[in-house]
Design a protein around this ligand. Sequence first.
Ligand SMILES: NC(=O)c1ccc[n+]([C@@H]2O[C@H](COP(=O)([O-])OP(=O)(O)OC[C@H]3O[C@@H](n4cnc5c(N)ncnc54)[C@H](OP(=O)(O)O)[C@@H]3O)[C@@H](O)[C@H]2O)c1
Length: 329
Amino acid sequence: MIRFSVLGAGHIAGKTAAAAAYLAGRGELALRAVASRDPARGAALAGRFGFETSFGSYRELAEDPATDLVYVATPNTFHAAHAKLCLEHGKHVLCEKPFTANAAEAEEVLALARERGLFCGEAMWLRFLPASRAIGEALRAGRIGKPRMVEAVFEVPVADKARIREPALGGGALLDLGVYPLAFALLHFGTDYADVAGRATLLPTGVDDQAAFSLGWADGRIAALACSATAAGGAGGRIVGTEGSIEVPMLVRCEGFRVAPFGGGAAEDVARPFECNGYEYELRAAARAVEAGRPECPEAPHEATLAAMRAMDALRALWGVRFPCDAAG
Ligand SMILES: NC(=O)c1ccc[n+]([C@@H]2O[C@H](COP(=O)([O-])OP(=O)(O)OC[C@H]3O[C@@H](n4cnc5c(N)ncnc54)[C@H](OP(=O)(O)O)[C@@H]3O)[C@@H](O)[C@H]2O)c1
């Protein structure tokens, strides 16, 4: 059974640990360790969910012979270094979104994983949700005719957090929130977009506070997307076709959607409730990929991660948003 460990014991690590404990209860993986810079915090998280042990440094976890798969849950600009630390020690890696701070880092991490023959993937949980799969099925079945537009927003007032404000932590609304509307568009319209445009306002620290951006595809389909770290609109999306729309009231915690024919036909509500808290699907897919010796999950292939990172690089270049790590990248 895949022995699963967590690197970094912050907010999202707790949610993911809960999902891992759910899967462990079903015999789908084994809970090995939590690593934190603060040994007490690591031990507390490990104890809460029944991990076998905890470590007071990330290096000890990377060197742990009893760990197979590490989930990286540190701030954005540390993802590349922490993923590489684990890969260099022969560990498979599932890394939080955004996969890295820029596309050059993503390419470097994925090249290392390839070289070592290890699984490496982005924990873009939206891609793994049963509702996302059902949306794909509805689109392929022609339920809204020919898809033409995808519209999605994610607006949460989180700009008070250091990891959102600070360029050194890979801050900004785009990498934290905009990455979801972007993933939604790439998931349903494909990674082969032709161009990217957008505008943003910046925080005094120089990272984007909010942004409106769009992607275009060669056949004329368009994505109209937005994110804000100071507005409080929540997250939602819709895909609009020639005969109707798919309405997604919760873009990230998505447990269902509505298929709405244009012109008053009967709408259908489709429900795909979570088994646990929604993070179980990405963990299950990563564990299955490791077991099967696959380098990536079909739900979140490397190509999709790179397409997202390149789009975000292009947008940040337009807005003049730079991280200290960009220069080296
Ligand atoms: N999938 C989702 O739904 C979701 C939701 C929120 C965030 N995220 C992503 O998850 C990552 C972590 O976000 P979070 O909300 O969990 O943040 P957080 O609560 O601040 O936790 C981040 C953890 O990273 C570790 N860390 C290592 N170096 C650090 C440094 N220099 N400064 C701050 N923390 C450092 C710390 O763990 P230790 O001190 O324990 O080692 C810290 O607790 C981000 O990449 C974010 O984009 C994903």
